[in-house]
Write a protein that binds this ligand. Sequence first.
Ligand SMILES: [Zn+2]
Length: 375
Amino acid sequence: MSTADGLSQRIQRYHCFPESLEEGRLWFEQLVTENGGVIDAATLPSATGPDDEPLCTQVAWFGRSSAPRVFLSIAGTHGQEYFCGAAGQLGWITSGGPQSLEEDTAVCMVHAHNPYGAAWLSRGNENFVDLNRNYMDFSEPVRPNRLYPELFDLLFTREMNEHVLDDVMAGFYQFLEDNDDFEVLTAMGGGQDTHASGTIYCGRRQEWSTRNLKAIITSYLDQAEQVAVIDWHTGLGEPAVAAALERPAPGSRELQWAQRYWKVDDHSPELEGSEIPDYVGQVWAGTTADIRALGAAAIGTVVEIGTVGNQSVLAGLLIDRWLRFECDDPMSPKAVQLRTRMVERLNPSRPEWRKAALAAMSEVYQQTIAGLKDL
Ligand SMILES: [Zn+2]
């Protein structure tokens, strides 16, 4: 048995989920090289990891460098969600994906788009910016988010425990009742630039990770003609089910494609409610626009892998924010317990969940790559 087979088998035994960003980085580097891919990495300049280790975003390319059809797979935009997205990438590599690529097709993987968040187990980056609200042009003012200040006061507390979470959730349901659905969803998820210590903070400028991803697109995709982009997330939807969230315009070719290859339906109320928030700076949208500007046909989406139910995920957001801004001792038993609980909501440790999540992602990889020719 070669070393390569040994590592692949070891990784597959854990359903391809790394234990830490550092382990994932080592696995990725070795597997990409052993399976004929080309790897590069960019080191985050302004922060290190928990053991003071450097943090980096890796990029891998499988296939001919001039291949016209490309699948761009982005893992770890939100830190705690890195592990599942990385498992999807590692799973495709260890199960013979690179060897099955056709001559005109390539796969480009961005591994740990938000290395700080993956290392420190937080959604935001080193500046608490939500990278999935930061991929945009900041030359124009960010559109206002009218209800966000009220929501901020409601959700974010100095104290954190089970009772606080229950009380906040009760207040949140009342807030939902009292306000317009669309404005509430935008306040919850759309992005905001007024509260730097609040969730969905889009920042004031393009963050290092956003600039790095833009540079990857410019240097790797300028020859591409047909590109599909997936930004992998976990949390929303049915447990271990992979759901593409983007709904292209009714009647469009993109919608037909997404219905065929990503199984999207016209609406998916269990994921986002009947309305879609007024998003700013989403990675899939910005990357797809940049790729189109290079002259390629492109389609993109978030794919969510469901974990434990949408309400629990909201509690996870509150804990994450509390740990970053209110917690005096991040290694106290209380902080460790809350962090463990939060991470379990976004990176469940149950082997059955991981196995099913990996199978679901594997199917999306196959479908997406098969569909590139029809874009
Ligand atoms: Zn996410």
